[in-house]
Design a protein around this ligand. Structure first.
Ligand SMILES: [Zn+2]
Length: 422
């Protein structure tokens, strides 16, 4: 959606934002965030260097617990899924805002995570995604503590597990579906672009598709249906699919593996399929188009060799991910607060977008939510060549700070914009 087509921010919200930034304590706090730029970056580097592979975030989690305690929070715990929760209480009568970032990276255990600096740019797997988000929420807390900012609502800092890939948002799913923790609003800091605001959650459905056949020798058993050939046929058909462009709908066969040796007819192979859409109906339609193509491809491989019964390649569709999605009205408090904060900080809203992050589950549950950029610039995410450029990075921490403060309210200055949910 073109941000220029958005209705202006509601008057009461811009007024609250102006009131906050006119307040001396808030001015001081914003200046402290800029002053602490190097400290935020140091946290980011230290966090990056503690590996957090999928499903094994515990070492990084322990370090984060220590950091929240060192910054003066008492109510700090790890829930049974592995999320780190650290509460900074308000006056006791206000709403609860979650300020989150994800602990996990896409990189397997044993990946070299040592950070290397070159011409002011920092290189390491995970340096940006989402070590930046974690460092930013710690900086928000550091500033609130140092400047003794008294909020009306609680800020619940949450470092989630399993945001990436096959983690399937398990941390935020646990938070919203199982933990019983009350949440009135949700902000994730992920990605770095401060000019991007996410108003909707891209839904996704993922499958691991297994092909199993009899296998055999490439010479002696020629004429046997092949698992790999069946999968090849399937991928060729999927590659020709042209999904709906608006709302944006996409797919990819992200991984393939299988076979044993070059001179074997493969008995087994598998691929992982990712389908996404900003629209729930469009996602279902894509799934209904692609799954039959895979079945058809497998049937064609079997028909080609007259393979039946035990000689046929069989298909197993294993669902490995379902990220519910959804849309929100532009008037929800979290989006309004973020836009007002951008206005005060001189950040131009350039992209008003949908994506798939921890905020998906909040939006699905009807909790006002968004994802903010952590500031700076990044590249090669999800690749060992990932880099982070800290130029103007403080804007990300200032944006998260001011948006949060608008939502939970500041005692004696502003009322919370976030509404308490039942
Ligand atoms: Zn991320």
């Amino acid at each position: 959606m073109d941000p220029k087509e958005l209705a202006p921010v509601l008057a009461n919200v811009t007024q609250a934002a102006a009131k906050l930034t006119a307040c001396a304590d808030v001015k001081d706090a914003l200046a402290a965030i800029r002053r602490d730029e190097k400290l935020t970056l140091a946290d980011q580097i230290a966090i990056t260097e503690i590996e957090a592979p999928p499903f094994h975030e515990e070492t990084r989690g322990k370090d984060l617990v220590r950091r929240f305690k060192e910054l003066g929070l008492v109510d700090v715990r790890v829930d049974s899924e592995g999320n780190v929760l650290a509460r900074r209480p308000g006056s006791g009568s206000g709403p609860v805002l979650v300020l989150a970032a994800h602990q996990d990276t896409v990189f397997p255990a044993g990946t070299d995570v040592k950070v290397r600096e070159e011409n002011g740019v920092y290189h390491a797997p995970g340096i940006s995604d989402d070590a930046r988000g974690l460092a930013v929420i710690l900086q928000v807390l550091r500033t609130m503590q140092e400047k003794n900012i008294q909020t009306v609502g609680d800020v619940l800092f949450v470092c989630t597990v399993g945001e990436e890939g096959n983690g399937d948002l398990r941390g935020s799913k646990y938070l919203f579906f199982k933990s019983g923790v009350h949440v009135d609003g949700f902000i994730s800091v992920d990605g770095v672009d401060v000019g991007r605001l996410l108003y909707a959650a891209t839904g996704s459905k993922r499958y691991r598709v297994h092909f199993d056949g009899p296998g055999g020798h490439s010479w002696k058993n020629f004429g046997t249906a092949s698992a790999i050939h069946a999968m090849g046929r399937a991928i060729a058909k999927i590659a020709d699919v042209r999904p709906c462009e608006d709302p944006k709908t996409t797919f990819t066969c992200g991984t393939i593996k299988g076979g044993t040796t070059v001179n074997s007819i493969a008995a087994h192979c598998e691929m992982e399929l990712d389908m996404r859409s900003a629209g729930a109906k469009e996602l279902d339609a894509l799934e209904e188009e692609i799954l039959p193509l895979i079945k058809q491809a497998c049937a064609e491989e079997n028909a080609c060799w007259g393979a039946e019964g035990d000689n046929a390649v069989k298909l197993t569709l294993e669902p490995i991910g379902h990220r519910p999605g959804g849309q929100q009205s532009g008037e929800v408090s979290v989006l309004q607060a973020a836009r007002a904060a951008m206005g005060e900080l001189g950040i131009e809203l350039k992209k008003y977008d949908a994506a798939s992050t921890d905020h998906n589950i909040a939006i699905y549950c009807g909790v006002p939510a968004t994802t903010l950029g952590g500031g700076g610039a990044e590249g090669f995410n999800h690749n060992v060549k990932e880099w982070y450029d800290p130029k103007d990075g403080y804007l990300g921490a200032q944006l998260a700070f001011l948006t949060s403060l608008l939502l939970v309210g500041m005692q004696g200055v502003t009322e919370p914009l976030l509404e308490k949910r039942p």
